[in-house]
Structures are given as structure tokens and as C-alpha cells.
Design a protein around this ligand. Structure first.
Ligand code: 4NP
Length: 146
């Protein structure tokens, strides 16, 4: 799960998807394309909306996406078109490129395919992001488990 800072959207996507998969069978992680917040905990507003919904994402720490992630992961979900393009720019092979997907393309009921960046907004932005990621991760998890 990849966003820009790895403190708002992708930590939520990481925690949500992980909670929907059986433990030990899948490795879910998150990263940011930028280096601004390396080592930071998720934004307190992401921690809060996760907690309200029964998820503990406190132990996550931000890291920057790296080229080695193409070898370590089978699917790389970008939160928005800008992250998607930045990840694709780092791809070394056609196989790397095929791993990169826009997460909201998994959800046919959402027309705007960008998970909005809630960083500069209020709590309602985080609630919206949680809800669309939760709905979309249900679809992703059911595909992975099929
Ligand atoms: P994220 O949100 O990409 O969902 O983690 C952001 C976090 C920090 C910044 C931008 C977006 N920032 O500019 O520091």
C-alpha cells in the first residue's frame, strides 16, 4: 500500500487489508513515495479513525518505497494517480510495472479513482478515507482469498 507520506492513507490501507486476511498467509506492508516522514508513526488522525473502527495501527512506522519492493511484493497498490506514476517511474522491468495498481480500480462503485489526501483537511477526510478503503479492501481480500 503506497501513498505520498506513508502516514495517513497507506497505513490505514495496510491495517485494514491485514485485518481482513488470515494471519501468516499474506505479508501486507506500506510505504510512501516521499521521504518526509521516514520513521514516523501514522498521523494521529489515522490512528484515531482506525481505533474507532477496532484497528490498532500504532506500531507502524513510515518508510520510503524502494526499488527492492518490486522484488518483495506481488501487488503494489497506489492510493492515487500521482503515487501510481511515481512508482511506475521506478520500475525496472515490465513485470515490475504489471505489479502496480491503483487501489480504487478494484472498486467499481467509486468513480473518482484517487484516494483523497486528507493531510491538510479535518477529521471528516480521514473518516471518508477509512470508509472507501474499508469497502475496497473487502473486494481486494475476497479476490486474494478466492
Ligand atoms: P499521505 O498524506 O500521503 O496519505 O501519508 C500526506 C502526509 C504528509 C504529507 C502529504 C501527504 N506532507 O506533505 O508532509
Amino acid at each position: 500500500m503506497v501513498c505520498l507520506g506513508n502516514i495517513c492513507r497507506s497505513p490505514l490501507a495496510h491495517g485494514i487489508l491485514e485485518s481482513k486476511l488470515p494471519t501468516g498467509h499474506f505479508f501486507v506492508d506500506s510505504a510512501g513515495t516521499a521521504n518526509y516522514h521516514i520513521g514516523s508513526k501514522p498521523d494521529h488522525r489515522s490512528i484515531h479513525i482506525a481505533q474507532v473502527n477496532g484497528l490498532d495501527i500504532n506500531s507502524q512506522r513510515a518508510r520510503q518505497f524502494s526499488v527492492s519492493d518490486f522484488d518483495n511484493f506481488d501487488i503494489i497498490y497506489a492510493m492515487d494517480q500521482s503515487n501510481y506514476q511515481n512508482i511506475l517511474d521506478l520500475a525496472q522491468t515490465e513485470e515490475d510495472k504489471r505489479k502496480v495498481k491503483l487501489i480504487l480500480n478494484e472498486n467499481p462503485s467509486i468513480t473518482d479513482k484517487n484516494v483523497p489526501d486528507p493531510y491538510y483537511g479535518g477529521d471528516s477526510g480521514f473518516e471518508y478515507v477509512f470508509n472507501i478503503l474499508n469497502e475496497t479492501c473487502d473486494i481486494v481480500a475476497s479476490k486474494l482469498l478466492y
